[in-house]
Ligand binder design. Structure first.
Ligand code: PGA
Length: 247
């Protein structure tokens, strides 16, 4: 699975990048084997769902509110996102946890809302640089998994994205050995808690994934795909990451 997170980038003209990706996947038997989800700003969901073939690229949102509807100025419910064409929602991204003080408890409430709406939750976890330097990575990641994932999580409705906060947008990634180690910790946790589902739940790596490093990262055991920020805004780069996931 390769997920593109456009963050707060993208006007309607950015759609042409998504169209390129859509056309290239449609034209290739190989690329169509990858589960591709693009998460544009919510303002683009409706036009993208009208213009793209959603059998080829699925759409996702970057956040949602926990309630179904109500007096929540500026917020959008998971049901509204589904209505606009989304089939997945990223939750607990470090930019939401950091900039909006979202806690694991908030992320769990959002995950329940995403599942209530019948959508796939892409739950982000990951340590800060300070936590890594203090040797707290495993503890932080285990705590986030324990508190952000609800008992209703299954391999069908949940994807975990491990994104070390210090790797996001920085051009720096952990070593392959470090990624491999932490993904195996995550797999161990998922198996223990969710049994059979835990063996199948997809675990993505995110944080400075580029065409140059995508193949090596996604070849690691327990790395089942990538969550891509900056490089998903450019069709050529995003396509090359999608094709790297096939090897
Ligand atoms: P990046 O962002 O690929 O630009 O580092 C990843 C993310 O924040 O999901």
């Amino acid at each position: 699975m390769v997920v593109g997170n456009w963050k707060m980038n993208g006007l309607r003209e950015t759609l042409k990048e998504a169209r390129h990706v859509n056309d290239a996947i449609s034209a290739s038997n190989q690329l169509s084997l990858v589960d591709v989800i693009l998460c544009p700003p919510a303002t683009l969901l409706i036009s993208m769902s009208n213009e793209l073939n959603l059998q080829v690229i699925r759409l996702g949102a970057q956040d949602c509110h926990t309630s179904l509807s109500g007096a929540y100025t500026g917020d959008i419910s998971a049901e509204m996102l589904a209505d606009a064409g989304a089939s997945a929602v990223i939750i607990g991204h470090s930019e939401r946890r950091g900039d909006h003080s979202e806690t694991d408890k908030d992320v769990l409430s959002k995950q329940i809302a995403v599942h209530r709406a019948g959508l796939l939750s892409i739950v982000c976890i990951g340590e800060t640089l300070g936590q890594r330097q203090a040797d707290l990575t495993t503890m932080v990641v285990e705590r986030q998994l324990e508190k952000s994932l609800g008992p209703q999580s299954t391999a069908q409705n949940t994807v975990v994205a491990y994104e070390p906060v210090w790797a996001i947008g920085s051009g720096v990634t952990p070593s392959l050995k470090e990624v491999s180690e932490i993904h195996s910790v995550i797999r161990g946790h998922l198996k223990l808690r969710f049994k059979e589902d835990g063996t199948k739940m997809r675990i993505l790596y995110g944080g400075s994934v580029k065409p140059q490093n995508a193949r090596d990262l996604m070849a690691l055991e327990n790395v089942n795909g990538a969550l891509v920020g900056g490089a998903s805004l450019n069709a050529a780069d995003f396509l090359s990451i999608i094709s790297a996931s096939l090897n």
